[in-house]
Design a protein around this ligand. Structure first.
Ligand SMILES: [Zn+2]
Length: 178
């Protein structure tokens, strides 16, 4: 008896839809990045993060300080450690740094780190995710159609009228009702 973990078709379709939407989103962001700078951030008194999309590159920054900073916007420069820091491979890199900076008249010890990667990397990942889940969804649909027609789900051989537990052509075990 063969035991397999089965993932429902709905899950694959959902994954496919999510990957495809993300692919469209990242492609749009990629093209936009050469004309506009997309930027979002959240800043508190002691920490903050930002996400930057510009010229084919995505940058994520995070900063933290040991004491409250009354005006976090004055720290914007700190959230961008020295670029290009250390490149790991093909435009993917990271950087981190710490410094004493004067914020609102007081000296504050603050640190920041950043990672960056090119848009195309996400495009490739989502394209691969979308393509592989699409392939699985189509394969599952093909097998279900064959089963419904009374054929072997693996090879398509007409099983109507033939008895036995396995398909005489490919040897696949028949599920009950197949
Ligand atoms: Zn077969």
């Amino acid at each position: 008896m063969r035991c397999r973990m089965t993932i429902s078709n709905t899950a694959y379709v959902a994954c496919d839809v999510v990957c495809s939407l993300m692919l469209i989103g990242v492609l749009t962001l990629w093209l936009r990045s050469y004309y506009y700078r997309d930027y979002c951030w959240e800043s508190g008194a002691r920490s903050g993060w930002s996400m930057d999309s510009e010229k084919g590159e995505l940058v994520f920054n995070r900063w933290q300080s040991q004491r409250d900073i009354v005006s976090p916007s004055s720290l914007t420069w700190l959230a961008s450690p020295v670029h290009p820091g250390r490149e790991l491979f093909k435009g993917v890199g990271y950087d981190h740094g710490a410094s004493d900076i004067a914020a609102s008249g007081t000296l504050v010890r603050a640190s920041a780190w950043a990672i960056w990667w090119p848009h195309w990397l996400l495009v490739v990942l989502f394209a691969m995710g979308s393509a592989s889940t699409s392939a699985i969804v189509f394969k599952k649909a093909k097998r279900a159609r064959r089963r419904k027609m009374g054929c072997c789900s693996a090879c398509g051989y007409d099983l109507r009228g033939s008895a036995g537990e396995v398909c005489p052509v490919c040897g696949k075990f028949r599920k009950p009702g197949e």
